[in-house]
Design a protein around this ligand. Sequence first.
Ligand SMILES: NCc1[nH]cc(CCC(=O)O)c1CC(=O)O
Length: 315
Amino acid sequence: MTKTVNTAQLTIGTRGSPLALAQTHETRDRLGAAWPALATEGAIAIQVIQTTGDLIQNRPLAEIGGKGLFTKELDDSMLDGRIDLAVHSMKDVPTVLPDGIVLPCVLPREDVRDAFLSLKAKGIDDLPQGAVVGTASLRRGAQILHRRPDLQVVNFRGNVQSRLRKLSEGVVDATLLAMAGLNRLGLSEHVTRALETDEMLPAVAQGAIGITCRADDRKSLDFLAALNCPETMIRITAERAFLLTLDGSCRTPIAALAEVDGDRLSFRGLIVSLDGRTIHAASRQGTVGDAHAMGVDAGRELIQVAGPGFFDFKA
Ligand SMILES: NCc1[nH]cc(CCC(=O)O)c1CC(=O)O
């Protein structure tokens, strides 16, 4: 390996998965479009950083536990000055950022829905009795069991491409993936059906890309200010406030979606038991200025309604 001097104006850190790279290329292209100085060849360097979540492929994420499985190594590189920006799927970003790191920018949100993929059924309702659904997501597993308690939900990890392969090999009868990831990878032709959000409420911040930088990095803050999508920021503010309030123990399936119409904000959130039997849902209507308060308030309601014990799945 030859060491070259990094003459880039900005170095972006990212995970190495095809989806992470696609999101980073989108970010680079948007930066170049907004800032001529960043449009020249070599102005932006991309550095791939492996995270703990990338290394551990064979265990359920909820079991590995810990916050920041997909972000910690990127945060450390940023605080050390090895990278200036980090591009994240906001779904994977903990609600509390490390000291010294801020999130000044989210890109316009992609399709928030979950996709149903199957070679055997057109949707959840016409899967055969006892069919096997592969998902690593407790949220998706629990919501699908709520509708179809007869189904068998099995843990199913790996990147989007490897999951599509397992589906075609018949390892599972169906799987669920974010529409956003499939769209960004140009793989949406594999989608059997996009599930409406009343059928499968998405994860907090699903479909949103966030870009972090050091809190005191004036140059990066200026570059990123031009890229931020305020509507997406409002929506994820409400959803992340909900998640923060419920705090998650990552073993509790949590789903939420905030939607903006003019200056109105509507919010829906739910928690569901792992077996899908019990769902507690809350909704709020307000204005975009209430985003954080609405998420907190809905989260508090669910803590009350669910009662102690609901959040403790550790046994
Ligand atoms: N946890 C993995 C992850 N993080 C973000 C996405 C998809 C893109 C997105 O939701 O923004 C995925 C894969 C998936 O859920 O299908």
